[in-house]
Design a protein around this ligand. Sequence first.
Ligand SMILES: Cc1cc2nc3c(=O)[nH]c(=O)nc-3n(C[C@H](O)[C@H](O)[C@H](O)COP(=O)(O)OP(=O)(O)OC[C@H]3O[C@@H](n4cnc5c(N)ncnc54)[C@H](O)[C@@H]3O)c2cc1C
Length: 438
Amino acid sequence: MEEKEVQKFDVIVVGAGPSGVAAAITVARGGARVLLIERSSAAGTKNMIGGAVFLSAVKDLFPDCWQEAPYERFINSHTWSLLGDDTSVNISCDFPNENKSASIYRSKFDSWLVQKAKDEGVYFAPSTLVKHLVIKQDRVCGVKTEFEEIYADVVIIADGVNSLLAKETGLRHDYDPTDMVLSIKETHKLSREVVEERFNLKKGTQQGAARNFIGGLKLEEAPFALGFMYTYLDSISIGLGVNLNDLSALGLNPSDLLERLKEHPVVKPIIEGSEMLEYSAHLIPEGGYKKLPKLYDNGVILAGDAAGFVNGVHFEGTNFALMSGKYAGETALSAVKIKNFDKKTLKLYEKKLERSFILKDLKSYKDVIENLCKRKDSLMNYYPKKAAEFFRIFTGASCKPKRDEFRKFIADFIGQRKLRELFKDFWAFVSSVFGVLK
Ligand SMILES: Cc1cc2nc3c(=O)[nH]c(=O)nc-3n(C[C@H](O)[C@H](O)[C@H](O)COP(=O)(O)OP(=O)(O)OC[C@H]3O[C@@H](n4cnc5c(N)ncnc54)[C@H](O)[C@@H]3O)c2cc1C
């Protein structure tokens, strides 16, 4: 009987999202043989973003051709809206001359990334599901797909938030629902002119806008949830990320929550007359630094969402994915060069992450989401309503003395909330800020 040829690469990367592609390209650029495996027939079809990709990381990986990527709009305007029942207090910033992030469709953007990887010598295997790892003598030395075993000196696991492979290595365990956000998103078709008019964008350009919504769900027991909206050329996305634990405690369907946001009197006119093109849902790992898994072991490295690299406060995930992928690729390459693939060699990955914004940011933000979650009723219900009340007095002439109105406002503010609760809110805020800055 003819013996089947054994396939062997220097490095195998599982998952062709931003982290996987960045890892594979980095390895290929260093001259090693790398196979990138993706379960979908085309990259990006199973992936999700709100969303905007952060351009600093794209520029870092593609200094000569980052402009060629299929961007929809550059996010030059960002608004945070505190929603009361029928009010909105907004903080906006416009950067008309700066392109720091861009809205993208994952199917187009990820395909562009994969094409770049193939151009640079990466072997790409689409429609291939990695079912297991090949582990021999306490070392990962390949993958098992539906059809065959493929071997490599290093396997980079970049298969996203539900990484079954990371669990198989024992590096990661199941996430606690408290550390997970379920994000649901709809894409709505609107004409290009209407998008530009509703978001006050310069006509016929790629200027774009993003909005985040806090509160406005009209629930007595508010979950920890944040709404978002991004502009594309001739469509917009609207979505909501909600803590998984809070969602199950509420017993509500995530789409019910999104409907509540869409029905808010400030949000409804923005999507009026649109046609829904797409609905999707995806998990985001937001456990942060305290819940990070072990990031490497003999012959294996975790990158991107599979490692839990997301900064939920700033909606940052793609930049963490691209840069952690790059560091994983560099580490694999060093191991290939010295022909040593054990965990002592791969510790270099952790050192690179520690020197970069990835572990620095995750460390300094380690308490922020937890602090905010504990004060979710204040954040999602109380302050958005109080902010609206304040601005009602400030901007409206009621023919009553302003002094009386402000005094009543302050008395209610303290009376309804109790000093102890206000102090806890204040402390959560101060300790979060202090944590980030120290
Ligand atoms: C609703 C939402 C909004 C977001 N908005 C933003 C935003 O605005 N800005 C931002 O920066 N980030 C945002 N993020 C986060 C960002 O999308 C992720 O952090 C980023 O995509 C992670 O990249 P990744 O390569 O690690 O994983 P993924 O992009 O999830 O890619 C993993 C890949 O692995 C493949 N795969 C999985 N299992 C296997 C297997 N066994 N075999 C083969 N292939 C496999 C998948 O098909 C997929 O292509 C958002 C996320 C969500 C859900």
